[in-house]
Design a protein around this ligand. Sequence first.
Ligand code: ATP
Length: 267
Amino acid sequence: LRREGFSTIPNVKWDDVGGLDLIRQEFDLHIISPIKFPEIYEELGMDLDTGILLYGPPGCGKTLIAKAVANEAGANFIHIKGPELLNKYVGESELAVRTIFRRARTCAPCLLFFDEVDALTTNRGREGGWGVERLVNQLLVELDSAEQRQGVYIIGATNRPEVMDPAFLRPGRFEKCLYVPLPSPDERGMILKALARKKPIDANVDLMAIGKDGACKNFSGADLYALMREAATAVVREKLASSYRSCDGTRLTIKVEHFKRALEKIS
Ligand code: ATP
């Protein structure tokens, strides 16, 4: 709890997230605007939303978008990993869960992000028996008491929605489930553009075309991150192999050929 219960405002901006437009709109409506313009929601007598569950294949931006939501809302962010919560705090689990929520309330507005939330399930036989059940029950109690949450917003993430404890999906808990899919060809281009924001990309590189390239088929955002990194590494290799290792004044840029090499390697 000492480490993972720590709250900060993440430095991930919307611009760092490529694609996922519909998901952004949902978060804007259900978390960001309620934090920024509470009076609109109060005037309409709207309650604080319950939890939002993001599900879908790994590496497609669930964690990234949760961080961007907190940043955009100017909210604190607490990242809790389901398996860690289980393994470390079984025995003192109820206290750990209560402490997490109390901490979130004291630094509200706060976004509590439960990663790999499927690990917290009571309907599978596992070691720890009672401890796990008590932890999950306490978590459900905290999720249920929405009126006491006071500016604490909950996002859960899972790659395995099918093994989620159904108790989490009942009304008032993770009521809204949003699918975060593998990116489409256009979205792959947008993700590459987002990843390229702080990189010196040569003017001849068409990132949208690379995104549409068949070699990137079924790439996740994490794969595209690896591709971008590999392309930059190709530049480093080239530089180190050249006779001008130290800075010779020419600007290093990632060129078409570096992306080609990276694609060959990654795919
Ligand atoms: P997991 O289910 O494995 O936890 P995840 O869905 O939470 O994965 P992230 O951790 O958010 O995925 O993504 C991993 C990395 O991939 C990010 O840090 C980022 O570099 C890149 N990435 C993924 N999706 C996107 C995206 N839509 N836009 C920009 N970068 C992305």
